[in-house]
Ligand binder design. Structure first.
Ligand code: C5P
Length: 222
């Protein structure tokens, strides 16, 4: 088997991590959630009261931060400086500040280096916004996942409710739109489909449908 690299990009809440995790498991590849890395820095910045507009301060903070992604029983665990932050980085105050942290060039340079080190031996599924365009531009398979904003908001809403969190559908939709706007319009490595990425619109597809499509494409390349 070839140890290919699979890049999965797309807007917020398009189901990237859900399908990436399953594809990685099916292939016995490692799964890297790069959004979790930007969320980790955002959490640490908030906790240390570092201004999310201060690029230098954020970069310094990141240089002094260890971010580890480890497989757990219920999916990937995220550790910042040795502390499990898996749940904390999903909280609304992190989600609503992460695009302001990830827009900075110095932050992205450090993150991309770390991500490239994770991918260097292949056999990896990595999801994010700039994986096919900047992190692994020569990935053997590039997927761009899309879904309507309504569908994405409903999915996130149902996920919140099933976890017992309070959830406001209209508010979620607004937040997703705002995050996509910031991620798409930023200057450095914006969210963008790589020219050679294959688009999968998941709006009316099940998780299994999407996984099967990606598995077929991966198997053609392995
Ligand atoms: O994928 P997730 O929604 O967890 O990503 C959180 C945020 O991290 C995104 O909205 C984006 O601002 C940033 N991000 C990024 N580049 C990546 C992955 C995530 O800028 N490769």
């Amino acid at each position: 088997n070839k140890k290919i690299r699979i890049a999965i990009d797309g807007p917020a809440a398009a189901g990237k991590s859900t399908v990436a995790k399953i594809v990685a498991e099916n292939l016995s590849f490692i799964y890297i959630d790069t959004g979790a890395m930007y969320r980790s820095l955002t959490l640490k910045a908030i906790e240390n009261e570092v201004d999310t507009n201060n690029e230098e301060a954020l970069a310094d903070l990141l240089h002094a931060t260890s971010i580890e992604l480890k497989p757990g029983v219920n999916g990937q665990l995220v550790f910042v400086d040795g502390i499990d932050v898996t749940n904390k980085i999903r909280q609304a105050h992190v989600t609503n500040n992460v695009s302001n942290v990830s827009k900075h060039r110095l932050v992205r340079e450090d993150m991309v280096k770390r991500q490239q080190a994770f991918a260097k031996d292949g056999a990896v599924v990595m999801d994010g916004r700039d994986i096919g365009t900047h992190v692994i531009p020569d990935a053997e398979l590039k997927i761009f996942l899309l879904a309507s904003v309504e569908e994405r908001a409903v999915r996130r809403h149902n996920e919140n409710i099933s976890k017992g969190y309070t959830s406001d559908l209209a508010q979620l939709k607004k937040e997703i739109e705002q995050r996509d706007k910031l991620d798409t319009e930023r200057e450095v490595a914006p969210l963008k489909k790589a020219e050679d990425a294959i688009i999968i619109d998941t709006t009316s597809l099940s998780i299994d449908d999407v996984v099967n499509k990606i598995m077929n494409l991966a198997n053609e390349r392995i």
